[in-house]
Design a protein around this ligand. Structure first.
Ligand SMILES: NC(=O)c1ccc[n+]([C@@H]2O[C@H](COP(=O)([O-])OP(=O)(O)OC[C@H]3O[C@@H](n4cnc5c(N)ncnc54)[C@H](OP(=O)(O)O)[C@@H]3O)[C@@H](O)[C@H]2O)c1
Length: 339
């Protein structure tokens, strides 16, 4: 396992984080505890959850597991959670207002069985709450000792830039979670540069595109069985119809398959190794249904791709920005050198 400091902070985290979105849904508690044991035994220290995962059950499972650790093992964990979405039945109990976030953070601390978390993240932008109000809440939460650092999730480029500017000298804003993987690279146009400029460490979510980059789905047969899309082909951003209709999905999987075969490793390991060394990325948030999947994915921590392999993957997965402003003429226009 490798380690990096997270954003402009001195906090050291492993370059693979353990996401817990499956806990309490696809993954039962005993299997979840085995994943947490395996992850920490392999040197992982960043455990990432959210109040909304499995209606709060993911945080409860993580909390019960933390309760089994001795003091030193507990102190080694960098614990991250998120708030913003409704957890109960009342849809208006949501957003990034001071009122909602105070209640959400306190409820997360109770479910996790802790007095403070290392990182508290705004799960998404809130168009109804002035950003200054949300940052004021985070500032107070740091001062009261309930959180050590603050982070963002699912903000667009201008939203990241606004948040880092407003937070300067006020809130230790250190990270941002976007969806980022070989099938979703549009974040490279605005979000990634805004994070680098603002000193935020990037924590990519869905690094395997929800399972697509393992090669488990086929262009010719609808998904079946105990897989995300076998259970629900219309599920979220990874829905089968959208991704299977895109040529880029299949050129990317084909390039992954070639490189994985040449290296004698799996597609998921190649996809993770590609993401590991992208500019701005600090720690990849892994997701797994089973401990076997997690073990396979952690196997990527030993892999470093060659420049030629990276170029092949970049080419196959190119999101094809048009000419301007994100394509070649725009990039050239903004470039400047001293000679
Ligand atoms: N901030 C946000 O809005 C946000 C959103 C989503 C996720 N997240 C975070 O990011 C974490 C990871 O996201 P994700 O779960 O979507 O990640 P992912 O790695 O893209 O997908 C994980 C899923 O892919 C399949 N899989 C993983 N490894 C496999 C392997 N080696 N072989 C075969 N199948 C494999 C499993 O699904 P099946 O076995 O069911 O097919 C697994 O649940 C979450 O736990 C959460 O902490 C954050």
């Amino acid at each position: 396992m490798k380690y990096r400091t997270l954003g402009r902070s001195g906090a050291v985290v492993s370059t693979y984080a353990l996401g817990t979105m499956t806990f309490g849904s696809e993954t039962a508690e005993t299997e979840a505890a085995r994943q947490l044991d395996e992850y920490t035994a392999r040197g992982g220290n960043l455990v990432e959850t959210a109040d909304v995962y499995s209606g709060g059950e993911s945080e409860r499972i993580v909390g019960r597991w933390l309760g089994t650790l001795d003091e030193q093992a507990r102190a080694n964990i960098f614990l991250a959670t998120k708030g913003r979405f409704p957890v109960g039945v009342e849809p208006r109990d949501a957003g990034n207002s001071r009122r909602h976030l105070r209640r959400a953070l306190d409820a997360s601390l109770v479910r996790l069985g802790v007095e403070h978390v290392d990182l508290y993240q705004l799960h998404s932008w809130d168009p109804l709450t002035p950003l200054d109000e949300s940052l004021g809440f985070l500032e107070d939460a740091v001062r009261s000792g309930k959180i050590s650092y603050a982070g963002l999730s699912n903000f667009t480029g201008w939203q990241v830039a606004k948040a880092t500017t407003l937070a300067a000298d006020r809130v230790p804003l250190i990270s941002m979670q976007p969806q980022y993987n070989l099938l979703v690279r549009e974040v490279e146009w605005e979000v990634v540069p805004a994070c680098i400029d603002g000193g935020l460490g990037i924590l990519p979510w869905s690094p395997l595109g929800g399972g697509w980059l393992t090669g488990k789905y086929s262009a010719t047969e609808a998904p079946t069985g105990a897989t995300r899309l076998g259970e629900d082909p219309e599920r979220g951003v990874e829905a089968y119809a959208g991704r299977s209709a895109r040529d880029r999905t299949w050129t990317t999987i084909s390039a992954l398959t070639e490189i994985a075969t040449e290296r004698g490793v799996t597609l998921s390991q190649i996809a993770l190794a590609w993401l590991h060394d992208r500019p701005g990325v600090t720690s990849i948030i892994l997701g797994a249904r089973t401990v076997d999947q997690l073990t396979e994915n952690l196997g990527a921590s030993h892999l470093v791709l060659t420049a030629e392999e990276v170029a092949r993957l970049d080419h196959a997965s190119d999101p094809a920005a048009a000419d301007y402003p994100y394509g070649a003429p725009g990039i050239e226009q903004r470039a400047r050198t001293v000679d």
